[in-house]
Write a protein that binds this ligand. Structure first.
Ligand code: SAM
Length: 240
């Protein structure tokens, strides 16, 4: 089955962009996913093809019009009624590996890319659109965010990654960062690969990796560590 991506954007020429290369590019060529970049301006009705207007209440910049975006979103939903619709915005829920897994389990995704100061809020009120953020910083447009969402999804599609297990152990899959990696040469600038990784003792290697994943998560991402332990310490629902 093809994972069908529709991207609503003012810059369709930005797609597939970097996703036309490497793993994602190969998967695109093999029909494992499709990439349909749709020009939002085609849904404007005035002779200037305007998609934005000045912010109500004043302030800098322009706001993307709900009426134009709604026509674009509705057309995308009509083409792919079962695919969730995401809108890229710093005001959205954070993109997580869990959300990526959820998307990959479906038939595809439609992604609306904002520009300017953002999107008229009323668009979110009347339609099943999920606002999603790729992090706590502000991009100039949603296209880079859409590429991030798609890249994260495509690598998880069946038979896209070389080793089928390589997706399972990675950072965030079990709520932690992954353990660190090393490869030859063993001695590089006076630094050597931890002895245990060259011991051939699989149990010891697994224990070392588990410890490193814990330590690094606690140190670098105390937020993840806390959530992970909170989830572990909470009794399963229904338990007394
Ligand atoms: N005025 C908005 C705010 O402060 O929340 C920022 C608008 S930004 C300049 C223009 C567009 O870039 C947004 O509509 C959104 O589509 C995209 N964008 C910016 N930062 C993003 C982020 N962290 N995650 C997802 N999309 C983002």
């Amino acid at each position: 089955m093809t994972f069908a991506a529709q991207i609503l954007t003012l810059y369709p020429e930005m797609f597939p962009g970097p996703l036309g290369h490497s793993i994602a590019g190969r998967a695109l060529g093999e029909g494992k996913w499709s990439c349909d970049a749709i020009q939002i301006r085609d849904f404007a009705t005035d002779k200037h093809k305007s998609v934005d207007d000045t912010p109500s209440g004043g302030g800098a910049g322009m706001v993307m019009r709900a009426d134009v975006l709604a026509r674009a979103v509705d057309a995308a939903i009509e083409r792919q009624p079962d695919a969730p619709v995401l809108a890229m915005t710093p005001r959205g829920e954070p993109l997580t590996q869990a959300l990526v897994r959820e998307l990959v389990a479906g038939p595809g995704v439609t992604i609306l890319c904002g520009r300017f100061e953002g999107i008229d809020e009323r668009l979110f009120e009347g339609r099943p659109i999920r606002p999603v953020s790729i992090g706590d910083y502000v991009l100039s447009g949603g296209e880079a965010g859409a590429l991030v969402v798609l890249d994260a999804c495509i690598r998880l599609l069946p038979e896209v990654m070389g080793a089928p297990k390589s997706g399972d152990e990675e950072s965030f899959e079990n709520g932690l960062l992954e353990y660190p990696h090393y490869t030859r040469p063993n001695d590089w600038e006076g630094r050597t690969i931890p002895e245990v990784l060259r011991s051939g003792d699989h149990a010891k290697i697994a224990a070392w990796r588990k410890q490193k994943a814990d330590d690094d998560t606690r140190l670098r991402r105390p937020d993840l560590w806390e959530r992970h332990n909170g989830a572990r310490d909470r009794p399963a629902s229904g338990a007394r």
